[in-house]
Design a protein around this ligand. Structure first.
Ligand SMILES: [Zn+2]
Length: 275
């Protein structure tokens, strides 16, 4: 699932390579992922050009004259930037044929993402309820907002109404960096731990953006996750202490953490897969 760092670098790439190129043709191969929130069809974009590419939380926003194209890739949506001659993947849903033989394609293995066409961003489901950007919220605001939440820290971090942009992978990384147990309930978090989570959030996201920026190039469909410390690394040694990284399935998602660096006791159901 792309999260803030991947989407931020994707946005930078698209801003440089897609903005200003005329959209010659729009092919909606399978309409299940597209939703127009206006009277206009997706093909009405033909002849126009994107004027800007932005990001808000986990949404990519393509601006056009008086309209936005908003992509929420969810779990499995990916954008491809390629030559029009390149072979199409089976799960290609939408193709924007751009000027000079370039395609922007939306591919989604599990058909969970959505693409909206809208004159008003607040009409996009989930958009208006987002909290501040994870990299823009101040420590004071972070601390204040945290008070409204009483659940487990991992659940709080991935709640887009708390801060926008963090998902399952980066929540694991942030809590590992902060040395906070993922299932620690927020009311039990100390002031010192709150500070550590905030600082880890900024550091992990900024460093990850820098790493991905160096490696992504035009391969915007790839997910660079091998450099992460714990997420997806269940069973491998903890890079800090060498203890085998634990992977548990709880609350409907996988969580990776180090039981030595992030000690705690979980209340409620979980299934330990490793460690
Ligand atoms: Zn450790």
């Amino acid at each position: 699932m792309p999260e803030l760092p991947e989407l931020e670098v994707t946005k930078e790439f698209l801003q440089e390579h897609v903005v200003g190129r005329r959209i010659e043709k729009v092919e909606v191969l399978q309409p299940i992922v597209v939703r127009s929130l206006t009277d206009l069809e997706f093909t009405s974009l033909e002849g126009q050009a994107f004027t800007e590419v932005g990001r808000r939380g986990k949404y990519l926003i393509f601006s056009l004259d008086a309209l936005y194209l908003v992509i929420n890739p969810m779990l499995s949506g990916r954008l491809y930037f390629c030559l029009s001659a390149e072979r199409r993947l089976a799960k290609t849903f939408v193709i924007w044929h751009l000027q000079s033989g370039i395609d922007l394609r939306y591919v989604d293995e599990r058909q969970m993402g959505k693409i909206y066409l809208t004159p008003d961003l607040s009409l996009v489901p989930g958009f208006a309820m987002q909290g501040p950007e994870a990299l823009e919220v101040t420590f004071e605001a972070f601390k204040e907002r945290l008070k409204r939440h009483r659940g487990e820290m991992k659940g709080v971090l991935i709640n887009q109404a708390f801060v926008a942009g963090i998902g399952n992978a980066y929540a694991d990384e942030i809590l590992f960096r902060a040395r906070v147990y993922p299932f620690q309930r927020r009311p039990g978090l100390t002031g010192e731990e709150t500070r550590r989570v905030y600082e880890a959030m900024r550091a992990v996201l900024e460093e990850s953006i820098a790493t991905i920026r160096e490696r992504m190039g035009d391969q915007i469909h790839l997910k660079f996750r091998d450099f992460l410390a714990v997420h997806g690394k269940g069973g491998s040694p903890c890079p800090r202490c060498g203890t085998s990284i634990s992977e548990v399935r709880a609350r409907g998602r996988l969580t990776d953490f180090c039981r030595s660096c992030q000690p705690g006791i979980m209340i409620g159901h979980s299934r330990s897969l490793r460690g």
